[in-house]
Design a protein around this ligand. Structure first.
Ligand code: MG
Ligand code: MG
Length: 288
C-alpha cells in the first residue's frame, strides 16, 4: 500500500534493532509467501475477490494478520489493481482477462511488526510495450534499493527511481503516492517519494526500515481517485505498474526483507503468466 504524500515534517523516525528486523523479516516472509500463493492461482477468469479470500485465509493460517484489512476502512486483505489502476484497487468480481496486468499489494502484521510488498503480474496476452513498462518499473525498484545504504539520503533513492523511469526511459512516476518507513506501524516516517533531488531529505542510517515502491505510468503522471475513496487510476487511462520491497538500511548494501524469489518461482510454474525480470543494471548485485 502506498502512502498519500502529506509532506509531514518533524515526525519521529524509528530505527530498529536486529531483533526487530528479524520480526519484520518474518512478517515479510508471510507477505512473500502470500503473493507467491496468489501467483499460483492467477489465471484469466478468476476474480480479485476470490484471490483476496484465499490470501486472507493463507495469511491467518501462517499466524499473521492482514494489515490492510480495516486500515482506514480498507475492506480487503490485498490491494488488486489492474491495467490503468495504479494502486489501492479493491478486490471485486471482475474476471481477469488474458491481456491484463494485475498489481497485487500485500501487508501483514506478525507479532507487532509489519511487512509490505507488491508485484505487478502480466498475463500471457500482455503486449510488449506494457511488458517494457513492468520491467522498467521493477528495475527502478532496484535502482532505488541500491541507494538505501547508510550515509545516503532519502532523496538519493527518490532521484535514482525518477531518473531511471523518466530520463533513461519514457515513463512518469506518480507523485501523489509514496513509499514509507515501516516497522511497528504499516506507515511510518519518512516518506520515500519516487521523485526528488540527490543529497536531500533524511540521512539514512543503519536500522532504518523502508518500503520502497515505485508506481510508474506508461503515459502521463497524473492520477485521480475513484469515488470509492480508494482506487487510484491514471488520468489518461494508460497502464501503470507497481513493485515494492521492504528493506533495512545497512552500511554496505540494503538488506531486502521481502522475498520476490518465491513469486518468480510461482510465475515460472503458472502457464498463464509471463516471466518478468527487472530491467536494471544493478539487479545482479542484489538478492531477492
Ligand atoms: Mg504495499
Ligand atoms: Mg507500501
Amino acid at each position: 500500500m502506498g502512502f498519500f504524500s502529506s509532506i509531514a515534517q518533524g515526525k519521529k523516525v524509528f530505527y530498529k534493532t536486529d531483533e526487530e528486523i528479524e520480526l519484520m523479516r518474518m512478517a515479510n516472509l508471510i507477505v512473500s509467501k502470500t503473493l507467491a500463493h496468489v501467483a499460483t492461482l492467477l489465471r484469466p477468469g478468476i476474480s480479485g475477490k476470490v484471490l483476496d479470500r484465499e490470501a486472507e485465509t493463507f495469511i491467518r493460517d501462517l499466524g499473521g494478520r492482514p494489515a490492510f484489512k480495516g486500515y482506514n476502512g480498507f475492506p480487503a486483505s490485498l490491494c488488486i489493481s489492474h491495467n490503468d489502476i495504479v494502486v489501492h484497487g479493491i478486490p471485486d468480481d471482475r474476471p481477469f482477462e488474458e491481456d491484463d496486468i494485475v498489481s497485487i499489494d500485500c501487508g501483514v502484521e506478525w507479532q507487532g511488526y509489519y511487512g509490505d510488498a507488491a508485484f505487478t503480474f502480466a498475463f500471457m496476452g500482455t503486449p510488449a510495450p506494457v511488458m517494457e513498462l513492468l520491467e522498467v518499473t521493477y528495475g527502478a525498484l532496484y535502482q532505488g534499493i541500491e541507494q538505501a545504504v547508510a550515509g545516503k539520503r532519502v532523496g538519493d533513492i527518490a532521484f535514482a527511481i525518477q531518473h531511471f523511469c523518466e530520463r533513461e526511459h519514457p515513463y512518469a512516476v506518480v507523485r501523489e503516492l509514496v513509499g514509507h518507513g515501516i516497522g511497528r506501524s504499516l506507515h511510518e516516517e519518512p516518506e520515500v517519494p519516487n521523485y526528488g533531488k540527490r543529497g536531500q531529505g533524511l540521512l539514512l542510517q543503519s536500522g532504518l526500515t523502508l518500503a520502497i515502491e515505485p508506481m510508474v505510468n506508461m503515459g502521463r503522471r497524473e492520477v485521480y481517485q475513484h469515488e470509492d475513496g480508494w482506487t487510484i487510476h491514471t488520468r489518461d487511462g494508460k497502464p501503470s505498474a507497481h513493485y515494492e520491497h521492504s528493506i533495512a538500511v545497512r552500511k554496505e548494501r540494503a538488506e531486502i526483507l521481502s522475498d520476490h524469489s518465491l513469486i518468480h518461482e510461482a510465475i515460472k510454474n503458472n502457464p498463464y503468466l509471463k516471466k518478468i525480470s527487472p530491467k536494471s543494471k544493478n539487479f545482479a548485485a542484489q538478492k531477492n
